[in-house]
Design a binder for this molecule. Sequence first.
Ligand code: GLN
Length: 346
Amino acid sequence: MNTTNHKPGRLFIAAFSLCLLAGTISSIAQPGNPLSPEKINAALDEAFTKFKDVKDGKNADYIKELANVDPDIFGIALVTADGQVFTKGDIESKVSIQSVSKVFTMAKVIEEQGHQAIQDKIGVDATGEVFNSIVAVERMRGKEINPLVNPGAIASTSLISGADSAAKWKNIVQVQSDFAGRPLSLNMPVYISEAGDNLRNQAIAHLLLAYGRMYFDPVQATDIYTKQCALNVNTKDLATMAATLANGGVNPVTKKKVVSPETVMYTLPVMATAGLYDDTGIWFYNSGLPAKSGVGGGLLAVCPGKFGIAVVSPPLDAAGNSVKAQLVIRYVVEKLGVNPYLIQPK
Ligand code: GLN
């Protein structure tokens, strides 16, 4: 066989494959584009330097174990919708995910039961109250309890498929892990600390039961919810979870399809309207990005179609949101010019 005769053909195939490959590589973080790796790295570096010495805020301490977490943990991670990872600072230290988990359990319920189920069985209007408000439940007689604050989140957990508590827990760990791109494990001291002291959440679950808005045993639902909040994550995990939403439900690092684009479409607006509790309006006004915080000190935000970003820094403000995380993400969004509401006229 005369190989030389085949060379042009091979060259053509090689060139053709390269073109195909180039076509499949998204231009999200290519040099020369507004979101080039250089620009992303510079924005993260600047934000880190600018805010690393901020000492405002205080660790949550109503869950006793959270008061013992190192307040100086400070990590930033940005994962693009095509799976490029940018980090700065401490991205190894883990904190409990807390309320950030509420997003992914809600997304799973939407995936399993359709978006109408969340609207009909929980409600999607913001309560305008603190995240563990009993008054919010009472005032609305169990309606409009919102999946991103404790009452709606415990109801969400109770709606997750699974014949018993163990099956529901397995389902929740699976979906949180799929979003993060690695198996997440339980922070046992945090779980034990909160489980021994969560009478308020149990009261909320029972009040919901009284209003016909609890869809599983209230004690067990509260326990699964408490465990879900005690899953350990680092900054990169949170950024990957956000990037999976930014990429329409496919984890851009593992390439696994976690939820559908339609599920993401219904998840992001709830984050936009209730992700930072009663300070969501201030957050959204200043960043334009759907986001979610947790009292463990994690905060993630989604730039749809572009990237997910997360920061871990435990000291919180009065509303329960990480002080440094808000400063960093707002800075990066402004620096990169990625507020979706920044519209250049034609
Ligand atoms: N597990 C916490 C609670 O139920 C979660 C609260 C939060 O992160 N805002 O109080």
